[in-house]
Every structure is written in structure tokens, then in C-alpha cells.
Design a binder for this molecule. Structure first.
Ligand code: PAF
Length: 289
């Protein structure tokens, strides 16, 4: 299968996109930080289904990592990523940090509302860095559609709000969380888990599903969440950043599960060298879902 072309300049990205557009072709962008796994490839496949041409960006964005986070150690695998994208992407856009943020770069795009709390608290500055680079990628690639995974649920809502607030002329398409055969949400950082940690990580989605079922049976929210938190600690997970029930659009915490709200459980917990993130929809008790 054909390997995608790779470019690291905005001008050549724009030339390619302009040529496609003048030929009447629709364009989808899949923003990534590389170290691609099956979750990313599912996004690229979805992009292929909905657009004529697919651009995958690969950029480990320094602005969305805190000073104590793993920017330097974040996995990088450019040649392998390109091979994995054969037949899925038409173009890989892989700019250097210096091209993305030339000297004197002074602009931050900041979204309030869904950025507050949870990842916003656990990783100060993370969402500003993410929305700044995503805005740049949208302006650089000018796609009709951008595909994001539901694994980073809060990020997805922040991006949706960004697009809505700024009237950015593209559609955000969400793809369900891609899980391994034990239900563990795929993540580039999972590669750092030891065999024992991996086995434990695979319990996280089970605890989430139990909390969801308890909520649907009518257990009070605080009780169901407290039981889930206790179970994570007993199983041997590291410090819990949060296990919460939120409105899936606004990310506002919910104290009860009323049938109207699009409720979601969000969790972030440490395990060995990684922070595991996951989320699950909680249909209202009367929804029959
Ligand atoms: O989800 C990610 O991998 C990143 O946050 C994104 C959207 C590529 C922006 O750097």
C-alpha cells in the first residue's frame, strides 16, 4: 500500500490542500501526537470514510505538557507511524516545534467552560496548550472535518466549544473509545506499563462499568462514586485524580442522574509510570439503553 507523503511546512500542506479543494475534494484532519496505535488508526479509517483526502498531523505539542510532565519521554516513532498510515492517510503533516512556535510566538487560545475542573485542575495549562495547537492545525490544514477520539472526553468537549465559539468552518467528528480485548482504553502511554500494571489497568473499565450499573439501579451518585473510589484503592491503583459524574457536554459535575442529562463518568488514576484516563456514558435510568 502507498505510504503517505510527509511534509513539515505549512506552505506545502496548504498547497496540497488547496489543490484537493480546487478538484472538489473533501478533506479530513486527524490530529495526533504520533506513536500511533489502533485507536489512532480507527480515527484515520473513519476519516477515510467521510472524506476524499485524509491529513494526519503528528506533533508532540510542548505547550500542552506541564514542566513536570513527560514531554521529553513521550514516545516518538515517525517511520513506524508513516508505515502504519499506508493506505489510510494521503499526507502526514509533521512540523518541528520551531516551525509551529517560532521565536516570539505570543498567542494562547483559551476556552473556559468545559476546560474547568478534572484535567483542567490536574494539568494546569494543558487545555490552553491543546486549544492553541488545535486552532493552528485547523487554520493550517483547513479541513472540512476533524476526527477526535472519545477517550479524551473532556478534550473533545473543549474542542467542540472552541469550534462553536469561534465559528470555525469545520465539523468535529467523534470516534468511540478503542479498547483492547480486556476493555482497556488504548493509549500511547500504555506501552510503559509492566505486565502486572497492565493486568491491573485492565480492571479500570470494569470498575467504571460497575459504577455505571449502580447509578442506573438508582444508587445515589456520591455513594456509587465512593464505592468506585474505594475499589480502585483496594485493587492497588495509585493516587486517584478524579472519579466523577459529569454532564457530558458541559463537564459540570452532576449530583443526580436525571433522565435528561447526558451523563458521563470520567476517571483519571495513576498507575506506575502513567496516568490512565477513561470515561463511560451513563444513560438515564428510564432510557432503556
Ligand atoms: O489528543 C491528542 O493527541 C492531542 O491533545 C492533540 C489533539 C493531537 C493536540 O495536540
Amino acid at each position: 500500500m502507498t505510504l503517505p507523503d510527509v511534509t513539515d511546512t505549512v506552505s506545502s500542506l496548504r498547497d496540497r490542500v488547496a489543490a484537493w479543494r480546487s478538484a472538489g475534494l473533501g478533506i479530513a484532519l486527524v490530529p495526533t501526537m504520533g506513536a500511533l496505535h489502533e485507536g489512532h488508526l480507527a480515527l484515520a479509517r473513519r476519516a477515510r470514510e467521510v472524506a476524499d483526502r485524509v491529513v494526519v498531523s503528528i506533533f508532540v505539542n510542548p505547550k500542552q505538557f506541564g514542566p513536570a510532565e513527560d514531554f521529553e519521554r513521550y514516545p516518538r516513532a515517525e517511520a513506524q507511524d508513516r508505515a502504519l498510515l499506508a493506505g489510510l492517510a494521503d499526507l502526514v503533516f509533521a512540523p518541528s516545534p520551531a516551525r509551529m512556535y517560532p521565536p516570539g510566538f505570543s498567542t494562547t487560545v483559551s476556552v473556559e467552560g468545559p476546560s474547568a475542573g478534572f484535567e483542567g485542575d490536574a494539568r494546569p495549562g494543558h487545555f490552553d496548550g491543546m486549544t492553541t495547537v488545535v486552532t493552528k492545525l485547523f487554520l493550517q490544514a483547513a479541513p472540512d472535518i476533524a476526527v477526535f477520539g472519545e477517550k479524551d472526553w473532556q478534550q473533545l468537549q473543549v474542542v467542540r466549544r472552541l469550534v462553536r465559539d469561534l465559528d470555525l468552518p469545520l465539523r468535529i467528528l467523534a470516534h468511540p473509545v478503542v479498547r483492547d480485548e480486556h476493555g482497556l482504553a488504548l493509549s500511547s502511554r500504555n506501552a510503559r506499563l509492566s505486565a502486572d500494571e497492565l493486568a491491573l489497568a485492565r480492571r479500570l473499565n470494569v470498575v467504571l462499568a460497575e459504577a455505571r450499573d449502580e447509578l442506573r439501579r438508582g444508587r445515589p451518585v456520591e455513594e456509587a462514586l465512593a464505592a468506585g473510589r474505594r475499589e480502585l484503592a483496594e485493587l492497588g491503583f495509585g493516587p486517584l485524580d478524579y472519579l466523577a459524574l459529569v454532564d457530558g457536554d458541559t463537564i459540570a459535575p452532576l449530583r443526580s442522574l436525571d433522565g435528561e442529562a447526558k451523563a458521563r463518568l470520567l476517571v483519571a488514576v495513576r498507575l506506575g509510570p502513567v496516568r490512565l484516563l477513561d470515561n463511560l456514558e451513563v444513560p438515564g435510568p428510564g432510557s432503556g439503553a
